[in-house]
Design a binder for this molecule. Structure first.
Ligand SMILES: Cc1ncc(COP(=O)(O)O)c(C=O)c1O
Length: 460
């Protein structure tokens, strides 16, 4: 269906019926979809179109992922051409697009990295855990370094291990028990400091908490520290500038690998190609996904520093090679699309554009502080959150129903925004992560629609 096709209610209704009768949807209750649904049939730039002809400004870029925006038909041409040439072959061999993509990623990282390809952000983190464990077996043969230390209220994926690494009790509860290989520390979230302190007089209690945990667990049992540089799950939280460098120092002090999750943060989202590059750190393991192909095809990767890579190099008889394979890793078609996607990000300077438009959007959103319900507007680049509170002094969050009402109001008025997933305490944030091609006029539309929502809805 093209963007200009006339709405076809009968066709739409048939798709809704076919879907409800056959699909098991993720994370949404079917009765909700029965009552109201979106049947997305086309998209262009930052706008998606429903089969009923309604258009929506997608301020979440799907699931934080369509960085170059929708409707880049040249990526379809790249995919078709590659599919004609070589649709698939396992990555225990080499292929042309995956080699080019790994070289491109190495360049974006500033050199010194090798890339292991997978299909999703979850797998990228999961492979990171496994590569770290195998590395530790090679490098510390007498020790048993297997634990990952991660942060409460983080999200790192949907597999059992990545869910365990994440720190959202409500998301985990249905799937307990977990292995216990993941240890959690308090997250750096200054608006709601877990220690009740204020930056900078806090002296980074959150980093001290990490060192206490490393010592308490025993450094010789810890393989990695896992952090998302700018936390998305908790409603977008930008840590103090010293946080990540201090975490890195502790990793070096105790011979622990620093594993950084750039699944959302990466590929220009925060105003640099990767968020860790704001902080001048040099991670050992980097999980990338989403923006790597702007979600035009599923592909992701675990990028490892050459010092880690070297540990996997040896004679075939030594059995040091990476001990896993996945069918679609290094898929030539997805890789070719990702290569072109990265070229577009670079040619159009979309990381710089994210910095510029992000600053513009955040400035606009700060005008909404005139509404008493806005507790804080925060973000970096085009990764933005607005925290809604019943009272600015107590910071009591608005209720889940109230935050839901804001999302619904926006949708009814042609704007798609997200909401944080942090339970009762952290669930009061409207999130935004639009395509990096978003225009000033579209940023104005976001501010204007939220302004109307906050004026109209009842937050008492
Ligand atoms: C920070 C972060 N890490 C990992 C993942 C998992 O990625 P995927 O859904 O592609 O498995 C997500 C998904 O949203 C994420 O936000």
């Amino acid at each position: 269906m093209s963007l200009t096709n006339a709405p076809d209610p009968a066709f739409r209704q048939a798709v809704v019926r076919q879907d409800l009768d056959n699909v098991l949807h993720p994370i949404v209750q079917h009765s909700v979809l029965e009552a109201k649904q979106t049947v997305v049939t086309a998209a262009q730039g930052s706008t998606i179109y429903d089969a009923d002809g309604t258009s929506y400004l997608d301020a979440m870029a799907g699931l934080w992922c369509v960085n170059i925006g929708y409707g880049r038909t040249e990526l379809a041409d790249v995919a078709a051409e590659q599919m004609r040439q070589l649709a698939y072959y396992p990555h225990s061999s080499m292929n042309v697009p995956a080699a080019a993509l790994a070289e491109s990623i190495n360049g974006l990282m500033g050199g010194g990295y090798h890339t292991y390809f997978v299909n999703s952000g979850s797998e990228a983190n999961e492979a990171g855990f496994k590569i770290a464990r195998q590395y530790m077996k090679h490098e510390y043969p007498g020790q048993y370094r297997f634990k990952t230390i991660s942060r409460y209220f983080s999200y790192h994926g949907t597999t059992l291990a990545t869910l365990d690494a994440g720190g959202m009790g409500e998301r985990k509860a249905k799937f307990e028990p977990f292995s216990g290989d993941f240890v959690h520390i308090a997250h750096p979230h200054c608006y709601r400091c877990p220690f009740g302190l204020t930056y900078p007089s806090c002296n980074l209690a959150c980093v001290k908490n990490l060192e206490t945990t490393i010592l308490g667990e025993g450094p010789e049992t810890v393989a990695t520290v896992l952090v998302e540089p700018i936390m998305s799950g908790v409603g977008v939280s930008v840590p103090p500038d010293e946080y990540l460098p201090e975490v890195e120092k502790l990793c070096r002090k105790y011979d622990i690998l620093l594993h950084v999750d750039e699944v959302i943060n990466g590929f220009g989202r925060t105003g640099k190609m990767f968020a860790h590059q704001h902080y001048n750190v040099s991670p050992d393991i980097i999980a990338i996904a989403k923006g790597i192909s702007s979600a035009y095809l599923p592909i992701a990767a675990t990028v490892v520093k050459n010092s880690v890579f070297q540990s996997f190099v040896g004679e075939a008889s030594e059995n040091r090679q990476v001990g896993q394979v996945n069918t679609y890793g290094g898929h030539p078609v997805a890789s070719a699309v990702a290569v072109r996607n990265i070229e577009i990000l670079q040619q159009e300077n979309l990381a710089d554009r994210a910095a510029e438009m992000g600053a513009y959007l955040i400035d606009g959103l700060r005008t909404l502080m005139k509404h008493k319900v806005v507790g804080e507007v925060r973000g970096k680049g085009l990764l933005v959150g607005i925290e809604l509170v019943k009272d600015r002094v107590t910071k009591e969050p608005v209720s889940p129903a109230q935050i839901g009402a804001v999302v619904e109001f926006c949708k009814d008025n042609g704007l798609l925004v997200g909401r944080s997933n942090g339970g009762r305490r952290y669930g009061g944030v409207i999130t935004m992560s639009p395509p990096l091609v978003i225009t000033r006029a579209e940023c104005d539309q976001i501010v204007e629609t939220l302004d109307r929502a906050l004026s109209t809805l009842d937050f008492t």
